[in-house]
Design a protein around this ligand. Structure first.
Ligand SMILES: *[C@@H]1O[C@H](CO)[C@@H](O)[C@H](O)[C@H]1NC(C)=O
Ligand SMILES: *[C@@H]1O[C@H](CO)[C@@H](O)[C@H](O)[C@H]1NC(C)=O
Ligand SMILES: *[C@@H]1O[C@H](CO)[C@@H](O)[C@H](O)[C@H]1NC(C)=O
Ligand SMILES: *[C@@H]1O[C@H](CO)[C@@H](O)[C@H](O)[C@H]1NC(C)=O
Ligand SMILES: *[C@@H]1O[C@H](CO)[C@@H](O)[C@H](O)[C@H]1NC(C)=O
Ligand SMILES: *[C@@H]1O[C@H](CO)[C@@H](O)[C@H](O)[C@H]1NC(C)=O
Ligand SMILES: *[C@@H]1O[C@H](CO)[C@@H](O)[C@H](O)[C@H]1NC(C)=O
Ligand SMILES: *[C@@H]1O[C@H](CO)[C@@H](O)[C@H](O)[C@H]1NC(C)=O
Length: 806
């Protein structure tokens, strides 16, 4: 009897199981249990219970039925993201009145009117719908309650009739789909746009609809994806669709706060992101504050518009422009003498307070603006797609960027007092008006920054080095000892970040909250004084986005201190060789770092007005900013060389063993090509995640030797750090290894110069030579030990001979 019951029950289960697998519909009183799934008609999507990441919790959700990157489901919707089921007894049920429940609990807003004969169905576009069995109209759809993904055909934005606000909210973590920090929503203030929020802070904005796409988003290749933006009294929404049935694509807000569009690549079996925002620093919302303008192509990226000055020179001197700018001369609206300055090519500033006049000419618009005292700027608008209309700003301008990156660029006319306009027009030639405005902005920015730093009033100005005084161009802020004591809690050991070339480096926080890095010269170091002066001499004169930035200095009695911008991500060696951090460095980031170092080094060797050999390029001297941009640091050993000099011979070999070129270690000869050698070592370290160790007892562990061996055996991909995973371009990795090997060739004259390296890295079609044997034989020759004894081998922090042999 009991057995018979069990058998019928089993059979019943089997029937249900098969039935559920084969179907895309859920009927009332046929619950979907944890071990069952619905599959859409063409088997594109599946719906069922899953556990995300390492979590044991069960969630009901929708995923791509067939696409399994690395065996993982790609989840596109979660029904009960806030309320997981703890065991495998979950059951998703459609009630007789059309309400979905999980274990009898309602987890999302459901139809307010009871259905009589409901059925739920998973459609092939990933939409899970509830309707009357005899109707095609949806009473409810999962597309109205997005989690973090926007699928083709799904809307983001408002149904103004019902008050439904569809937005995307990131997962909290890989293990937890509950709502995270980041929300992408359609905001209706002013001119509607998509805003990416991080809590209550705006992080990025799409800009208004331009007729083709949101103005700050790059449109994809024409014809592959279509866009639909609706803006009327019933609805403000955005939707996209693929016109190519084979193209599988989705848009999402990920847990790091990026808006991404990903496309499935069949040949790799992976998702590839084809769109990423905010991608550039200038895309970060209000990066340069009110009336500030951001331009990625110059340094510093923030400046004030012509006719404006920094509101807080202190903050600007520390590269924090968020306080923005204010007018030099107040507007004169009674006498109507104001005029307009053209900013071009610009992306539209924040429009949440802007007013749209859909059908007026530019002349009318300009007149309208001049008449209204609170009007600050106007621009053309093409919201209707008719090429008509204008936008008028009646508040301070925020988030203005001069941009070749913005896809929809146009002119923005900023209102200025007549006297400020006059000072611009005397400087600009009429022929190239638009170009000169940009140039003026560039120059005015430099002109503003320099006096700012000069006048910055922490202490009286006193130049510490005659090279700097002689120049007058890049004068440094002198900081007060007491300020630094407070900033570092009296140089507390807990504030120590690490050990730099000539002393300890501390983290500090100024009263206003700015974080800085403070390098304090060891008092008893005579070597240190030379290096300190070297650092000040060079780095104060160099400006490049791949070099670390010196903000100021302090000298008091024996104390010599340099203050730098703080690099939140620390140094590259920790990421490469520190076990816990390794998995953060994917291939794209590594390649980005290689390229950045190459550009920084090219600048030192060829493009700066000094020509500089760094002499101590190594992973611990590469610092990483918040976006993982590499910055070359520590110029304590750098040497300036004249135009005619190509190499310098020294008796005192300084540098770091493992990165030093053989001709330098052995003969004390250094040149740009010895930096190229160190760069080659760095490339191979970045790719392999291994230090270039020199164990005299075991030359086979030498990274250059290993790379060379694998290169000749045609197994060079074995060099790749396993932590990189599967997501890399084989050609790009091969090219990088090839370039790395070219840089570490034995003869300096065989090694490429940095400008060739940058071209080879940046251009997949640039031909590459076959490398010759690296210069490692000499390192392990008997002569090497003599060299070690004869020369004072000066090594810093991390890599010393004893450490490696021990
Ligand atoms: C499901 O199982 C969990 C424990 O695993 C239990 O706490 C919960 O009450 C069960 N729910 C139902 C509906 O049976
Ligand atoms: C449908 O039934 C559920 C539970 O029985 C109830 O909570 C819900 O309010 C009902 N919905 C409607 C529209 O009547
Ligand atoms: C999206 O495009 C497909 C054809 O590629 C079409 O069948 C479908 O109806 C479209 N969806 C919407 C919501 O327009
Ligand atoms: C996102 O949508 C939810 C549900 O409609 C809403 O409660 C929330 O306020 C929205 N968030 C934003 C930033 O619009
Ligand atoms: C307007 O013009 C008058 C006379 O030219 C002048 O005195 C006054 O200062 C002007 N007002 C402003 C706000 O510039
Ligand atoms: C725009 O204005 C012109 C004349 O001012 C008028 O003829 C036209 O119909 C208007 N267009 C719209 C879309 O309102
Ligand atoms: C200027 O324009 C704003 C926005 O339209 C309006 O609120 C304000 O009243 C106008 N001011 C004047 C003086 O016309
Ligand atoms: C306005 O938008 C339409 C598309 O809707 C586009 O064809 C046209 O070029 C745009 N005009 C301007 C001036 O941007």
């Amino acid at each position: 009897m009991v057995i018979a019951q069990l058998v019928t029950r089993l059979l019943f289960l089997l029937v249900i199981f098969h039935y559920s697998i084969a179907t895309d519909t859920l009927n009332p009183n046929q619950p979907l249990r944890d071990d069952q799934i619905l599959v859409s008609a063409k088997e594109t999507f599946a719906l069922g219970f899953f556990s995300p990441g390492r979590s044991k919790n069960r969630y009901a959700g929708i995923w791509y039925n067939k696409l399994r990157p690395a065996g993982q489901k790609t989840i596109v919707w979660v029904a009960n993201r806030r309320s997981p089921v703890s065991g495998t007894n979950g059951s998703l049920e459609l009630n007789g009145n059309g309400t979905l429940t999980i274990n009898s609990m309602i987890f999302l807003p459901m139809p307010s009117v009871a259905l009589t004969n409901p059925v739920a169905q998973l459609l092939d576009d990933g939409n899970f719908v509830i309707r009357e069995a005899n109707s095609n109209e949806f009473a409810w759809q999962s597309f109205d309650y997005p989690t973090d993904a926007l699928l083709p055909g799904m809307k983001i934005g408002w149904d103004l009739r019902t008050g439904l606000n569809r937005n995307l909210t990131s997962w909290r973590s890989d293990d937890d789909p509950s709502p995270g920090r980041y929300v992408l929503s359609m905001d209706l203030e002013g001119i509607p746009q998509l805003n990416l929020w991080s809590g209550s802070t705006k992080r990025w904005r799409s800009g208004p609809w331009s007729g083709i796409m949101f103005s700050n988003i790059e449109p994809p290749g024409i014809g592959i994806i279509s866009f639909d933006f609706v803006n009327n009294k019933d609805e403000v929404s955005f939707m996209y669709n693929t016109t190519e049935a084979k193209l599988v694509t989705r848009t999402m807000v990920d847990q790091s706060g990026m808006v991404k569009r990903l496309t499935w690549i069949d040949s790799t079996g992976m998702w590839k992101d084809i769109l990423n925002h905010p991608r550039y620093q200038c895309e970060e919302y209000s990066k340069c504050g009110r009336y500030g303008v951001c331009d990625m192509n110059i340094w510093p990226i923030c400046s004030c518009l012509q006719g404006f000055k920094p509101k807080s020179p202190q903050d600007w001197a520390l590269r924090d422009a968020s306080s923005g700018c204010e007018r030099v001369t107040a507007l004169d609206c009674k006498n109507m003498t104001d005029g307009f300055m053209t900013i071009t090519p610009a992306a539209l500033p924040e429009t949440s307070n802007a007013i749209l006049y859909a059908n007026i000419s530019m002349n009318e618009c300009s007149a309208k603006c001049l008449k209204n005292c609170s009007c600050t700027a106007y621009a053309t608008a093409n919201i209707s797609g008719a090429g008509l209309g204008c936008v008028v700003w009646v508040t301070e301008l925020i988030d203005l960027r001069l941009s070749s990156h913005a896809t929809h660029v146009q002119d923005v006319f900023v209102r200025l007092a007549a006297s400020d306009l006059a000072s611009i027009s005397t400087k600009s030639s009429k022929k190239h008006q638009s170009k000169s405005v940009i140039l003026i902005i560039v120059f005015s920015m430099v002109a503003l920054i320099i006096p700012l730093i000069y006048f910055y009033s922490w202490g009286k100005k006193k130049m510490i080095h005659k090279d700097i005084r002689g120049n007058g161009e890049f004068e440094l802020a002198q900081l007060q000892w007491s300020t630094l004591m407070v900033a570092t809690h009296n140089f507390a050991t807990t504030n120590i970040l690490g050990k730099g070339g000539f002393g300890l480096v501390y983290k500090g926080k100024l009263p206003e909250g700015h974080e800085i890095a403070i390098k304090r010269l060891s008092r008893n170091s005579t070597q240190g004084i030379d290096e300190f002066e070297n650092e000040v001499t060079f780095i104060a004169k160099l400006q490049h986005r791949n070099l670390v930035r010196l903000l100021g200095y302090c000298i008091k009695g024996d104390e010599k201190i340099l203050v730098y911008e703080y690099m939140p991500n620390g140094s590259l060696d920790a990421f490469l060789f520190g076990k816990e951090k390794g998995d953060c460095l994917d291939w794209q980031t590594r390649f980005h770092i290689i390229e950045g170092i190459a550009r920084g080094l090219l600048y030192l060797h060829q493009d700066s007005r000094l020509r500089i050999i760094h002499r101590d390029l190594k992973a611990s001297n590469i610092l990483l900013d918040i976006e993982m941009n590499p910055k070359i640091s520590d110029f304590g050993l750098a040497r300036n060389f004249g135009d005619c000099e190509t190499m310098i011979k020294t008796r005192k070999v300084v540098g770091t063993y493992g990165y030093m070129a053989p001709e330098y270690t052995l003969d004390g000869v250094f040149s740009m090509k010895s930096d190229v050698f160190s760069f080659g070592v760095l490339i191979l370290e970045i790719i392999s995640g291994q230090r270039n160790r020199i164990l005299l007892s075991n030359p086979h562990l030498y990274l250059l030797g290993k790379a060379w061996r694998l290169w000749n055996e045609g197994k060079v991909l074995d060099l790749l750090d396993p932590l990189i995973g599967n997501s890399f371009s084989v050609t790009q990795v091969m090219r990088c290894i090839n370039i790395g090997l070219l840089c570490v060739q034995e003869k300096p004259e065989d090694r490429p110069i940095m400008s060739s390296v940058v071209i080879m890295l940046g251009n997949d079609d640039a031909p590459l030579l076959e490398p010759k044997e690296p210069g490692f034989k000499a390192i392990f020759s008997t002569k090497h030990d003599e060299a070690l004894n004869q020369n004072e081998l000066h090594t810093f922090n991390d890599i010393t001979l004893t450490e490696q042999t021990g």
